[in-house]
Design a protein around this ligand. Sequence first.
Ligand code: F3S
Length: 642
Amino acid sequence: MEIILAESAGFCFGVQRAVDTAYKYTGEENVYTFGPIIHNEEVVEDLKQKGIRIIEDTDDLPPDRPATVIIRSHGVPKSIIDDLNSKGAKIIDATCPFVKKIHNIVQKDSQNGNEIIIIGDRNHPEVQGIIGWSTHEPIVIGSISEAENLVNSTKTVSVVAQTTFNNKKFKDIVDIICKKLYNVTVYETICNATAKRQKETKEIASKVDAMIVIGGRNSSNTQKLYDISKKECENTYYIQTLVDLDFTTFESVSRVGITAGASTPNYIIKEVHSSMAELSFEQMLENDESKVSIRQGEVIDGTVIGVKPDEIVVDIKYKADGIISKHEYTNDSSADLTELVKVGDPITVKVIKTNDGEGQVLLSYRRVAQEKINDKLEEAFKNEEVLTGKVVQVVSGGLNVICNEARVFIPASLVSDNYEKNLEKFMGQEVEFQLTEFNPKKRRVIGNRKKLIVERKKAAAQALFERIEVGMIVEGTVKNVTDFGAFIDLGGADGLLHISEMSWGRVENPKKVFKVGEPVKAYIKGINGDKIALSLKFEDTNPWINAGEKYAIGNVVSGKIARMTDFGAFVELEPGVDALLHVSQISNQHIDKPQDVYKVGETVEAKIVDFRPEDKKISLSVKALIPDTNEEAETVEEADAE
Ligand code: F3S
């Protein structure tokens, strides 16, 4: 609740002067005020407690003792002064100087024969006092109708006003007087303090929800303040002291004004003001339970209470709701916020502006999320954590990856431990990486996948070499195939499967035997430093194991011509077992070279004429299978002779 206290509230200059004067005499005996010093019961009672009593008539003075009589600010008729003097009373005249001035005007002008008109309330003590300074009976006018009843006259007239009379009403009455009377002198005797208080009361009353007017029950100027206020503010309350105040009346009031009549002591105004301030504070505390204060840049929690496609309304327990625009929620300009959040969702937001000019609080969800992400990324950078992100864009210089809503750039040189010619293959993939640079202010958040791969390979290689030994069967995949062999990825290191170890037989072209990515199960033939030699020539498939039986001398076998030289042809009896058919063993006739008789791939049948397993050498002879024609001829000749 806002409280507006009128600056002009309370004692005016004249009243303050009279009250101060009375308190000066509280230590003395036989001190009286002529009438209550002010229209305020509290002050009057206090002075009474301090020995200063009230007389209403000069006859009330004790006849046997000298008395001191204080004249209050309203003043008294001249007759009272005279009477007091005649009784030997010591007069302390605390008549307000402004009132005293009126006395002087009235006394002088009446002595000069002027008609005296006093505009004011006939029953008010001040007016009674003024009347008493005129040498003849003045006219007292308190209303427009009384003014209109004036009889036209050409007399010289002096017009004065009660100091606390309403200024506008005074002017209206003066207008009427001037029309009816010919020779009029108007003295502007309305006290400025009163006019000022009334003006301020009107101004305050026009802009508050409730108005408190403090003053004594009999204070006419307080009553006037009440009337003025009531016209502007229906909820105007007239009280004498704090005890008259009903606080429940103000529980739902957000702005209250306080003014006080000229005779209201300051301490009463202070009491009322303090109590209203306390009530205001209590209201504030009460409100604090449900309403919070916020400041720009603060991160606060709220609840979604409304969602539109491009705007979210958030209850942040503040006097105004918060608004999140689409841009402050997401970077995705095509997003429909109704698909992303729903009423009732809790949300943590940052205050961008406490008032957007229309009383709303501007909030950002995106900035909170970004800061959280940045915190996470910074932590990951410091701790060299492995992050995962999705490749959302392939650019000429590398990959743009989204990781925890943040954009990370992986330069092409850091994508892999090998040169990656085709970065497009990473598009849409989840990739792992570490951060090598983190500077969000400069928008430099750089990822490094290569480092991760190198380190992992190193660790895998170490684990592999600790695990493997010569003779061990290992599994891997074909990584690369060359003319001399195939490199097999064993998970940490590559093993070389040389062309000679691919088969017991002869392999002409490894590329015709292996394809990249193909699984291979081989055995480790040798380890030399970081070099691993592999072989597929498993001993249990060694064709020479049973060769002694199959290829015994005298056995007839068949095979294909694998290759030929000038001295003979090599016949493959089975993979890994080649036998030599010497040129001299091809025929009974002389043959220059095997090519004259055979072609590569041609099947031949021959007799094993030599077998040396220690040298893995087998000799064949086709000639041995050709019948000896000379022997046949001799046999025929012998038969003919018999
Ligand atoms: Fe004097 Fe004006 Fe007060 S006339 S008593 S200062 S209201």
